[in-house]
Design a protein around this ligand. Structure first.
Ligand code: SF4
Length: 407
């Protein structure tokens, strides 16, 4: 995750004080765990990576099993659990799980499609003390209902945001941009303000299939850049006004270098300080500081790697699975620098971006270390030439979905 607002607030402070603030990064021992506790969902969205449907799935972790895993995660130094699905609110014991998570001191987030959250449920969520609730919105009403394949889905999710905000819950909008909903981004940013939401999570479109050629002319790349410019503009305006709303992005770590370029143009006096700061951030953290456990207890480097199983928490503790680098993918993800190839290897921003999201390269070319075909920076910007490639056969050819599970 790339915390745009955090850096903008630091830059605003630097402008006010004449000094870039000294920021001490919180050092967690373990990764943030995104935990798909249930695969069932009341919606069947086209872009769901969990391919969820409205029926029960066999073999999901039981409550005692979830508790055992939580004990291990705590001992391992995991700082945060993001409870997801499917639709996590369909899990009958979700409030027992969240209450225990809070008692154990985890930062506890909930990712929901929002359609089930009426006033009483919002009150219950508020009482449960979630640190953050993310509600997915794919656009304004016509777009969202079409994506969700449900008339009225937008109204219900919007009502959920209102109910939660009314109860003082920190609530955010989660938006995955595609070519079909990019036009709604400005209005969604306005909606966030109008409805009292505190956070905007922008998840990148993954259009890997067309990504590796003519980056500077690719319409998707141009629309990604325009979206990032807009987010930067909003975050910078808020930061200057002292507003604590958060803009964050995910699934494309080229956002770090892109922000650095924005600062070079707009606040060049802070470029070197921000560069240092972004190197400390370190870019893509899959397999390092971000982890995923699916509904059956299988562990993955992140939520986009469900096709790569590292082991099951029923057989081995998460902590053991996570530290096991006998898996070549995990060994590479934990390596520093990662064994990336092509223009990622030679990129001037590798220390910031960490080679970006490896799953795109793997899905498109069959080689997880190939340069990220989803990087929207030009060859001139990164200072290295693109490598031509032939897409690998079979399912790797398909466009990869990066939508959140509850999206
Ligand atoms: S070329 Fe690779 S390392 Fe450089 S910014 Fe793009 S994805 Fe990151």
């Amino acid at each position: 995750m790339f915390r745009i607002s955090q850096y903008m607030r630091e830059l605003a402070q630097a402008e006010q004080t004449g000094q870039y603030p000294q920021v001490r990064d919180r050092q967690a021992r373990g990764p943030v765990v995104i935990w798909n506790l249930i695969r069932r969902c009341n919606l069947t969205c086209k872009h769901c990576y969990a391919l969820s449907a409205d029926h029960d799935y066999e073999g999901e972790l039981t409550l005692p099993e979830v508790y055992t895993v939580m004990d291990d995660l705590k001992a391992f130094g995991v700082p945060a659990l993001i409870l997801s699905g499917g639709e996590p609110l369909l899990r009958p014991d979700i409030f027992e799980i969240s209450a225990r998570a809070r008692e154990m001191g985890f930062y506890t987030g909930l990712s929901s499609n929002g359609t089930l959250i009426d006033a009483p449920l919002a009150e219950r969520i508020a009482g449960a003390g979630f640190d953050y609730v993310g509600i997915s919105l794919d656009g304004l009403k016509p777009t969202h209902d079409k994506f969700r394949r449900l008339d009225g889905a937008f109204d219900r999710s919007l009502a959920a945001i209102r109910h939660l905000a009314r109860h003082g819950v920190k609530v955010g909008l989660r938006f995955t941009m595609t070519a079909l909903n990019a036009h709604d981004l400005p209005n969604l940013l306005q909606l966030m303000k109008d409805e009292g939401a505190n956070k905007f999570y922008f998840s990148h479109l993954n259009y890997a299939g067309r990504g590796n050629i003519h980056r500077d002319k690719d319409a998707h790349h141009q629309s990604t850049r325009a979206a990032m410019d807009l987010l930067f503009e909003h975050a910078w305006r808020d930061a200057q006004a002292g507003c604590m709303d958060d803009y964050v992005s995910g699934n494309n770590d080229a956002d770090g270098p892109y922000l650095l370029q924005w600062v070079r143009r707009n606040l060049p006096q802070w470029e070197s300080a921000l560069h240092e700061r972004l190197v400390r951030w370190g870019g893509n953290a899959s397999g390092q500081m971000v982890a995923n456990i699916d509904n059956l207890g299988h562990v993955h480097p992140d939520t986009m790697w469900w096709h790569h199983d590292l082991g099951c928490v029923r057989d081995r503790p998460f902590s053991e699975i996570w530290n096991d680098t006998s898996d070549p993918l995990m060994a590479g993800l934990k390596q520093h620098p990662r064994p990336v190839q092509g223009r990622c290897r030679d990129c001037q921003y590798l220390a910031i971006c960490n080679g970006n999201t490896r799953v795109r390269a793997q899905q498109l070319t069959g080689n997880p270390w190939f340069e990220d075909p989803g990087c929207y920076l030009s060859d001139e910007e990164v200072g290295a030439p693109s490598t031509p490639f032939t897409p690998s056969k079979g399912k790797s050819r398909r466009t990869i979905n990066v939508a959140p599970a509850t999206a």
